[in-house]
Ligand binder design. Structure first.
Ligand SMILES: [Zn+2]
Ligand SMILES: [Zn+2]
Length: 342
């Protein structure tokens, strides 16, 4: 099968083609696993974090990709949940132990044995992949393969962040950064909490205009202050300055949710500006978001079908995965990037 593989960590700026094409043998599904013929795989910022070593794969080479849509091509022993040919999706969670306290409490995203698709095990930048059938999802019929792919990561993690923010109808929510995840959060808020107001902080006027088109009550740059203090803020940027600014804009008792797997080091000195009275006092909280659970993905797929929420998608052939990553890194084009594989 054809795949795009990562062989080592490197800086994207120095090595703009970190993934190399490879011809590999088709994986064989083990006990309880299914083999998926991949048709589309979303391209995520986390791939850049893997390539540059902020969340390094434990072994090389590895096939990245964790927003996978395809059809069941074969079933391993004891696998019978899906029919051959049935359409399924796979997200960031490839498996967890299903037995520890975190798993039993429904927080399998916090399991010590959490294994990530496309980092700890091979993912969807390939014609085939395997996954335990218990960690695959039926895809609602109204979505095309390309539309469904970004729902599996950006959408599901956005949904988890939104739940952790504690937003209620009529409340206020800030979003710092307005990429794939934040734009799905805004659309979800409008459906789920129609009286809530969303305030968007984004660098470019194009992103701010996009946010206003989608119903943001206010938009501004990271340096601007919103017209009111906010009950919660979700940060989806790779930087530190938006974190410090967001804390300043929180209302008493407000919560900042940081939805980023790793932060870049570039502007870390911004943290030295932290001022206890204005940024932290009054019982302000900071909570990070780690991974996703199966429930986040299931709930979000249902919600997305109900809204219905159809992401804007830009498709690339598998062989041009490096170009898709470069466009993502450069913040080019709006909407989600998806590799079209079959
Ligand atoms: Zn992702
Ligand atoms: Zn566990």
């Amino acid at each position: 099968m054809k795949a795009m593989i990562l062989k080592a960590i490197s800086a994207f700026a120095q090595n703009p083609a970190p993934l190399v094409p490879a011809e590999l043998s088709e994986p064989v599904p083990g006990e309880g696993e299914i083999l998926i013929a991949v048709s589309a795989c979303g391209v995520c910022h986390t791939e850049l974090d893997e390539i540059e070593g902020r969340t390094p794969p434990p072994a090389f080479p590895v096939i990245p990709g964790h927003q996978v849509v395809g059809t069941v091509a074969a079933r391993g022993p004891q696998a019978g949940r899906f029919r051959i040919g049935e359409r399924v999706g796979v997200g960031w969670i490839h498996s967890a132990c299903e037995a520890c306290d975190a798993c039993r409490a429904g927080n399998e995203n916090l399991c010590a044995e959490f294994r990530a698709t496309g980092r700890d095990v091979n993912g969807g930048y390939a014609e085939f992949m395997t996954v335990p059938e218990a960690f695959a999802y039926a895809i609602p019929g109204l979505f095309s393969d390309g539309e469904a792919a970004p729902l599996l990561c950006a959408g599901a993690i956005g949904w988890r962040s939104l739940r952790l923010s504690g937003l209620k109808d009529g409340g206020s929510l800030g979003l710092t950064g307005f990429g794939a995840s934040a734009h799905l959060v805004l659309l979800t808020v409008r459906h789920r909490f129609p009286r809530a107001q969303v305030f968007v902080f984004a660098r470019s006027e194009r992103e701010r205009a996009f946010a206003r088109d989608l119903g943001a009550a206010w938009t501004g740059t990271t340096d601007e202050a919103p017209p009111e203090k906010l009950q919660s803020v979700i940060d989806t940027t790779p930087a530190w300055k938006p974190v410090v600014e967001a804390l300043k804009h929180l209302a008493p008792g407000g919560r900042l949710v940081i939805n980023a797997i790793r932060k870049e080091e570039g502007d870390k000195t911004e943290l030295l500006r932290l001022d206890y009275p204005s940024h932290l006092w009054m019982e302000k909280e900071i909570k990070s978001v780690a991974n996703v659970s199966r429930n986040d993905i299931r709930e979000f797929l249902e919600l997305a079908a109900e809204i219905p929420l159809r992401p804007t998608v830009e498709e690339y052939p598998l062989a041009e995965a490096n170009r898709a990553l470069a466009d993502l890194a450069a913040g080019k084009l709006r909407g989600a990037k998806v590799l079209r594989i079959a």
